[in-house]
Design a binder for this molecule. Sequence first.
Ligand code: PHE
Length: 326
Amino acid sequence: MEKLLQEISRRMAQADLKSKADCEEFKREILGKNGLLQSAMDEFRALPGAEKPKWGSELNRLKSQATEMHQQALDQLATVVTLPWDDITLPSIPLPVGSLHPLTQVENELTALFNRIGFRVATGPEIEDDWHNFTALNFPENHPARDMQDTFFMQGQADRLLRTHTSGVQIRTMLNQKPPIRVIAPGRVYRCDNDATHSPVFHQIEGLVIDTDVSFAHMKEVLYYFVDQFFGKDFEVRFRPSFFPFTEPSAEMDIGRKKPDGEIAWMEILGCGLVDPAVLENCNIDPEVYSGYAFGIGIDRLAMLKYQIPDIRLLYENDVRFLRQF
Ligand code: PHE
């Protein structure tokens, strides 16, 4: 008995269970049906009763130790096999690298350039109510000016609509902040329009400045700065008189580039004007003390000009072959 137990101890001490095959051999030699522990059990049974306590505990100890060694080795092999990362010198699995959408790039660039001259970002909801989108901006109910903006209304909720412009953020800002105010409000807007130059969803960046003694000249200076920064010096700029219910006087600004034949190709990129006193009053700001200007720039237009994109719908199809170019 003693010899046999010593032999089992010796083999266990020498065992080096590095592979499945090692484990199998260990099991067969020591733990298995015809293994050494089984032989020891047989011998043990044949011992005279007086000797049993002496060897029984040693035998049990060896048996449980061998079982545990075997199990631990198996567990460890399983983890090693399921971890593909054990060779840290292997090149990693390549992940496709994304990039910012051209509209996001343009929006970020605009936000940064207005931030540099003291404009902070203001926000408002895309699902707007009639008052913020129209009434407070001096669009009287049933006034034809509302027809300039084909609106998506919410079914069954007469007062809810998808904002048709970011100008509603002017109202929200004037109600929440005291002058002086100097904000921009970039975001998505919606109109019931769909062709190569109009998408039912598009993007604007609104600007609003309210202070004492603000004039049209201040506004022009800021807009010239914006064109210089965004397009560079070789663009012409012109203002055309226009109409918006919430500004007076109002204008549209075009930028132009000389064509080879010397003629200038003009493109409208924004609406602007001095904030109408009626709008200030709607927001509890005294028009005798304060004045201001506002502008609304079409971000999609700028992206199309900057990257020479011929069809606005390309910006919304999310075709990676198109998006990869930016
Ligand atoms: N909200 C106007 C539009 O979407 C643009 C605008 C903004 C005009 C601010 C004047 C002042 O057409």
